[in-house]
Design a protein. Structure first.
Length: 371
């Protein structure tokens, strides 16, 4: 059962507040903290609206082939959201996120190939459930043991799961082996087929916005407050009576469901699935998206996916021989000098936690008096 917000809020504030000795120093630190949170509340919605408007207008100015590319990027941004939930909010370093992404892709591809099921209201929920089921199984094994799991154990466990799935897909003839499953029938709605183009783009964008809003509601709920406390100080949250491993397993499973939804869309957009979709390379790729954009803000994951994929596309077109080296150097520079990602240029570190619920009356009064 979730504890009152004030209890967890106090735990987070204890960790993130300045450790000053005098009452005056504590008051000044609290004032600066309120200012940073207030500024973050103003900036974050602006960033989200700007990104949404730019995404909505993109097909109107892009050429057809770039619209197809942008659709792929939006799907990968949805995939990045799943990892940001797991790592940015719960502190779980999952190097196997592609396992849920790719398994859902293979699942809907088999539905289309063997059962001729392509209806959007069947395949997308099926892919989401496949991702959720795989995440529940793997998360239950790694996180719900008798003793708390270490970060290294979970990281290596998810990495091993992704690698094993890759080898299984490559060696299983039913899944197409090295060649994967090609020529997947288009996703359909009645007699209408979703093919590459603006219609598919806006479908994917609408799904991304809906999932983003649900994730935003989740991380700003009391459950999200518990996750924020979990990320800042796991031991203290456990001391307050939270079942830490259960919280981790829940958010890990939700992240798997979002990754499964993204994998389903990706399979139908690309028209085929292949073993790399469940492998280590794609798992590492989504980590880079969130590292580059910034973890723990949701919008940072979206921005990271867009920038990394956009820069990769431009570099591969202009510097075909050395573009991976240039991209690697850019990622390294960002990680070295902006550990919180590019979003940290706009948002403070405290915005990763945000505000929860109604503020106490005395705090509101103090803020007004200070103003």
């Amino acid at each position: 059962m979730l504890k009152p917000m004030s209890v967890v809020r106090e735990a987070i504030a204890t960790d993130m507040g300045d450790e000053a000795d005098g009452a005056m120093a504590e008051g000044a630190a609290a004032g600066r903290a309120r200012d940073r949170v207030k500024a973050g509340r103003k900036i974050l919605p602006i960033v989200e609206v700007v990104v949404l408007v730019a995404a909505a207008l993109a097909p109107l100015v892009l050429q057809d082939y770039l619209t197809v590319f942008a659709t792929r990027v939006i799907i990968l941004a949805l995939f990045a959201l799943s990892f940001d939930l797991v790592w940015g909010y719960a502190g779980i370093m999952s190097f196997g996120q592609a396992l849920f992404f790719g398994s859902a892709g293979y699942g809907v591809a088999l539905l289309a190939r063997d059962l001729n099921v392509t209806n959007i209201f069947l395949v997308l929920p099926a892919g989401t459930l496949i991702g959720l089921a795989f995440a529940l199984l793997l998360g239950g094994f790694l996180l719900l043991g008798r003793h708390p799991s270490s970060v290294i154990f979970v990281s290596l466990g998810t990495l091993t799961g992704s690698y094993a799935a890759d080898r299984l897909a490559r060696g299983w003839y039913y899944l197409g082996g090295q060649n994967g499953i090609p020529s997947i029938a288009p996703m359909s709605l009645g007699s209408y087929d979703f093919t590459e183009g603006p219609a598919f783009y806006y479908l994917v964008l609408g799904i991304l916005v809906a999932v983003y809003l649900l994730c935003r509601f989740l991380v700003r709920s009391q459950f999200g407050l518990a996750l924020a406390g979990l990320r800042e100080n796991e031991q203290r949250i456990a001391f307050f009576g939270y079942k830490v491993q259960h919280l981790k397993a829940i958010i890990f499973t939700i992240g798997g469901a979002v990754a499964g939804l993204a994998g389903s869309l990706y399979a139908f957009h690309e028209g085929f699935v292949w073993p790399n979709m469940v492998g280590v390379v794609v798992s590492t790729q989504v980590v880079l998206y969130v590292l580059f954009g910034g973890s723990g803000t949701l919008i940072g994951a979206v921005i990271g996916a867009v920038i990394v994929e956009g820069v990769s596309f431009w570099l591969s077109d202009n510097y075909r021989d050395i573009w991976p080296i240039i991209l690697g150097l850019l990622l390294l520079l960002v990680i070295l000098f902006r550990p919180l990602g590019l979003i940290s240029f706009l948002l403070g570190e405290r915005e990763r936690v945000g505000s929860f619920g109604a503020r106490p009356k005395e705090n509101v009064k103090e803020t007004r008096d200070a103003a």
